[in-house]
Design a protein around this ligand. Structure first.
Ligand code: HSE
Length: 441
C-alpha cells in the first residue's frame, strides 16, 4: 500500500473532534476501501490544554494554522475553524500555495473567496474540497459535481439551515412564538454561536452561493443573493398557512430565468403535499432539477459534528484514491460570469397579512390598490378577532382586524408597489407581512 496520506487538522471543536474519532474507529476499513492509509500527523486549535476526550499527544501541535499549512509533515490541510476571513482564509491560501490539498467545511470562506481560491487550487494542481460546507452530512456537492455532470440543471433549491427549520417546525407543532423556539434551538446547540447568521438567512445564502456555482457553472456571487430571514414570522402566519394548505419554510432557491439567474433566500409557503413540506426539525433537504435525471431530492442531517465529519471524510477519501476535481466541478477559469436576474421581476403568488382598521371602505381601498397594480386576488379573508353581534357603530374604536390575501401569479414589483400604496392609505395598523408562495412538487 502507498505511504499514508498525512493530514493536518486545524480546529478541534465539534467537527474536528468527530473527525478524529471517525478515523480512530474506521481507519482500517477506510484504508482498505481507498487503497491508502490516512493518518493525522498534526493538529492546531485555540487551546492546547482543553480536555477533548481524546489524546492529542501523538500529533505535532501547532499554535498557528498558517505554520501548519506550510509544514512538510502534511499532505492535506483540513480546515475546520470557520470564518470568512482572517486565519481561515490565510491558512487555506498558504496551504494551497505550499502544494497541499485542502478539505474545508467553511461555507463563509468559499462563498466569499471561492473564485480566487479555486483558481489558485487549479493553478497549483491541488484539490480544494468542501462537501461539508453545504448541508452538512448530505453528499450534495459530490452528487452535483460528479453524479449530475451529464445534466443541464435548471434549478437547485432546498432547506439549508437546520436551526431555521427547527424553529419553524416547533412553531407549527407547538404553537410557540419565534423567540421561544429560537431560545430552544440555542439551548440544544443547533444555532451557530451567533444565531444572527442562521435566522437572518446568511448561512443559507453562503450554502446557496456554492450550490449555484456548481449547478450553473458560474462564478460564486454571494453579493447577488436576495436574502431575507425568518424573524418576521408569527403564529398567525403559521396558522393561516396551515388553513391554506401550505407550510412555511426558509428556502434557498437558484433558478435560471430569461433574464439571468435568480438566487434568493426567504420564507416561502410550500404546498403540504410537496417533499420539502415534510422536512422537519433540523433536517436539511436539497432538490435539483436536471434535464435528464428529472428531479432529485436529497435529505438528511444538515449539521452536527458526526454528520459533518462524515462529509469531511468523504473528501479525504477522494484524496486518498488520488481523485482530483476542480473545486466547482469545472476548471475555475471556465466558470462563467454570473448574470443576475432582478428580484423585482420574480414571478409568483403571494400571501399577504394585513392588520386593517375595521372601518367602512377599508377593504375597497385595499382591493383598489391591488387592481391598480394589476394583481388578481385568489382569496381575501377577514378574521374577526372577537365575536361581534353588529357592525361597529361610530362610537366604537376601530380595532384593527387581521386580513389575509392570497394573490394569483404576479411580480415582486407589483406586490411591493401595491403594499406601499396600501400602507400610504392609512387603513392598516402595522407594516404588512408578505410571504412568497413557492409551488413545488
Ligand atoms: N447552523 C447551521 C444550521 C449548521 O443550523 O443549519 C451549519 O451550517
Amino acid at each position: 500500500m502507498a505511504e499514508a496520506l498525512r493530514l493536518g487538522v486545524a480546529g478541534l471543536g465539534t467537527v474536528g473532534g468527530s473527525l478524529v474519532r471517525l478515523l480512530e474507529r474506521h481507519g482500517n476499513e477506510f484504508a482498505v476501501r481507498n487503497g491508502r492509509r490516512v493518518r493525522i500527523t498534526s493538529v492546531c486549535a485555540r487551546d492546547r490544554s482543553r480536555d477533548r476526550g481524546f489524546d492529542i499527544s501523538a500529533y505535532t501541535w501547532f499554535d498557528d494554522p498558517v505554520d501548519m499549512a506550510a509544514s512538510d509533515e502534511i499532505d492535506v490541510f483540513v480546515e475546520l475553524m470557520g470564518g470568512a476571513d482572517g486565519v481561515a482564509h490565510g491558512s487555506v491560501k498558504q496551504a494551497l500555495k505550499a502544494g497541499k490539498h485542502v478539505v474545508t467545511a467553511n461555507k463563509a470562506l468559499l462563498a466569499t473567496h471561492g473564485n480566487a481560491l479555486a483558481e489558485l487550487a487549479d493553478e497549483i494542481g491541488v484539490s480544494l474540497n468542501f462537501e461539508a460546507a453545504a448541508a452538512g452530512g448530505i453528499p450534495v456537492i459530490k452528487t452535483m459535481r460528479e453524479a449530475l455532470s451529464g445534466n443541464n440543471v435548471s434549478r437547485v433549491y432546498g432547506i439549508l439551515n437546520g436551526t431555521c427549520n427547527y424553529i419553524l417546525t416547533r412553531m407549527e407543532h407547538e404553537g410557540l412564538t419565534f423567540d421561544a423556539c429560537l431560545a430552544e434551538a440555542q439551548r440544544l446547540g443547533y444555532a451557530e454561536a451567533d444565531p444572527a447568521f442562521d435566522i437572518g438567512g446568511q448561512d443559507t445564502a453562503h450554502k446557496l452561493a456554492l450550490l449555484t456555482a456548481i449547478a450553473f457553472g458560474t462564478r460564486v456571487e454571494l453579493d447577488s443573493i436576495y436574502v431575507e430571514g425568518i424573524t418576521s414570522v408569527t403564529p398567525a402566519d403559521i396558522v393561516a398557512a396551515d388553513e391554506l394548505g401550505y407550510r412555511i419554510k426558509l428556502l434557498g432557491v437558484a433558478n435560471r430565468t430569461e433574464t439571468g439567474i435568480e438566487q434568493r433566500v426567504h420564507l416561502a409557503m410550500v404546498p403540504k403535499s410537496s417533499v420539502l413540506a415534510r422536512v422537519e426539525g433540523v433536517t436539511n433537504a436539497v432538490a435539483v432539477d436536471g434535464d435528464f435525471v428529472g428531479q432529485l431530492v436529497l435529505s438528511g442531517p444538515g449539521a452536527g459534528g458526526e454528520a459533518t465529519a462524515s462529509a469531511v471524510a468523504a473528501d479525504i477519501a477522494d484524496l486518498a484514491r488520488g481523485d482530483r476535481m476542480s473545486t466547482f466541478g469545472r476548471p475555475a477559469s471556465t466558470l462563467e460570469p454570473y448574470r443576475r436576474a432582478a428580484m423585482r421581476r420574480h414571478a409568483g403568488g403571494y400571501y399577504v397579512r394585513l392588520s386593517v382598521y375595521d372601518r367602512p371602505g377599508a377593504f375597497a381601498a385595499i382591493a383598489k390598490r391591488m387592481a391598480e397594480a394589476d394583481i388578481s386576488l385568489e382569496s381575501i379573508v377577514q378574521r374577526a378577532r372577537a365575536p361581534r353581534t353588529a357592525a361597529p357603530s361610530h362610537m366604537e374604536p376601530e380595532a384593527p382586524q387581521p386580513v389575509i390575501l392570497v394573490t394569483y401569479e404576479t411580480t415582486e414589483k407589483a406586490i411591493r408597489d401595491a403594499l406601499a400604496a396600501i400602507l400610504g392609505d392609512g387603513h392598516i395598523a402595522d407594516g404588512p407581512q408578505m410571504i412568497r408562495i413557492e409551488n413545488l412538487d
